[in-house]
Design a binder for this molecule. Structure first.
Ligand SMILES: Cc1cc2nc3c(=O)[nH]c(=O)nc-3n(C[C@H](O)[C@H](O)[C@H](O)COP(=O)(O)O)c2cc1C
Length: 333
């Protein structure tokens, strides 16, 4: 018998396949289907700082200028109606999900400032969230803003949130840091019990006919696995936090690689959007079979076996790999 169980953020999970933050958690029905299909935990879609701040800004505006002014105010925010209800609706959905499924539900907050909005972390905890994932996403455009200052504000935010709740907190990071291991260590020192690598960005496209910047969501492919895989392999054993891999998990092999690199869990969204929630069952069955065929008895045994500290050639994760990769390409004119 193969033991697929794993531990993530102190939660005992029946296997390492987790549904990452995304649209499945919006409806109780799809969350139930995810549970039936075998995923071991669900990360809810994010509640955005902007949604919470907008709620209080709109209330202020209403109090100062009266009802007739709020239509004009609302026009600054394209989704005013949904925004204003968002925090309450979020908590309501969380409660419904908790009633509907037995697997852990991880709530998600998305923001960067240490404002009043972080009180929602406590609300999430009080309404049953088993853990909290904090998605840190800020895109600096000001040339005078230094990386030191920005990173300090991230660390302060993580520390403030961790202090305000008892449930475990994980931090979902972008890969765009000059010294990722240092930031990862500071996140763990600030109280983060897990790091989720990496946030996936949807770069805007340009519409050259209408001269507009257009949002464009493209689902991932397995090719994108390599970036989080490399960094998880490097960080495994070096920082005091669990590692979760997100971006590019599509196949049983992707999940196995994630665990071998050192991830406690592999998170999936694009694959389930493309091929349905039932794909989780297939992935898990194939992982179990592969492990049996290769005489692995547990996820624990496999975890970190191809991390940088355990591979025969640690330099393969570093600069040396770059030259090797370039040299491996044979161009025949
Ligand atoms: C439609 C959609 C909605 C998403 N919503 C969120 C969200 O609310 N919060 C968040 O942190 N990530 C969100 N994500 C990102 C996913 O959680 C995940 O990190 C990303 O899609 C990479 O994983 P994948 O390669 O399995 O898709 C969303 C992704 C998609 C495709």
């Amino acid at each position: 018998m193969v033991d697929l169980s794993t531990t993530y953020l102190g939660l005992k999970l029946k296997n390492p396949l987790v549904a990452s933050a995304g649209p499945f958690s919006e409806k109780v029905e799809s969350a139930r289907k995810l549970e039936e299909a075998g995923v071991s935990a669900i990360v809810m879609y994010s509640l955005f700082e902007e949604q919470i701040i907008h709620e209080s800004l709109e209330l202020d505006h209403y109090l100062w200028y009266g009802a007739e002014a709020s239509a004009e105010f609302g026009s600054f925010y394209p989704q005013s109606g949904t925004y204003t209800l968002a925090p309450e609706a979020y908590i309501d959905t969380l409660k419904k999900l908790k009633d509907a499924v037995k697997i852990p539900v991880i709530a998600s907050l998305n923001g960067v400032s240490t404002g009043g909005w972080i009180k929602y972390a406590r609300k999430m905890q009080d309404n049953g969230a088993d853990a909290l994932e904090l998605n840190l996403y800020y895109l600096p455009t000001d040339p005078d803003l230094t990386s030191t200052k920005l990173e300090e504000s991230y660390v302060t935010l993580v520390r403030d949130i961790c202090k305000s709740v008892k449930i475990p907190v994980s931090v979902k990071l972008s890969p765009f840091f000059t010294s990722l291991p240092n930031l990862a260590k500071r996140m763990a020192d600030a109280g983060a019990k897990g790091l989720v690598l990496f946030n996936r960005f949807y770069q805007p496209d340009l519409d050259i006919e209408n001269l507009e910047v257009v949002p464009n969501l493209v689902l991932s492919t397995s090719q994108e696995l390599r970036l989080p895989l490399r960094w998880i392999a490097i960080l495994y054993g070096r920082i005091q936090a669990d590692l979760a891999l997100t971006s590019g998990v599509h196949t049983p092999e992707d999940l196995i690689k994630s665990v071998m690199a050192g991830a406690s869990v592999a998170m999936v969204t694009s694959e389930l959007l493309k091929n349905g929630l039932g794909r989780s069952t297939e992935i898990l069955a194939d992982v179990e079979k592969w492990m049996g065929d290769h005489e692995y008895v547990s996820i624990q045994q496999m975890k970190g076996s191809l991390s940088q500290q355990r591979v025969k050639e640690p330099a393969a994760f570093e600069r040396a790999n770059y030259m090797k990769a370039l040299n491996s390409f044979k161009y025949l004119p």
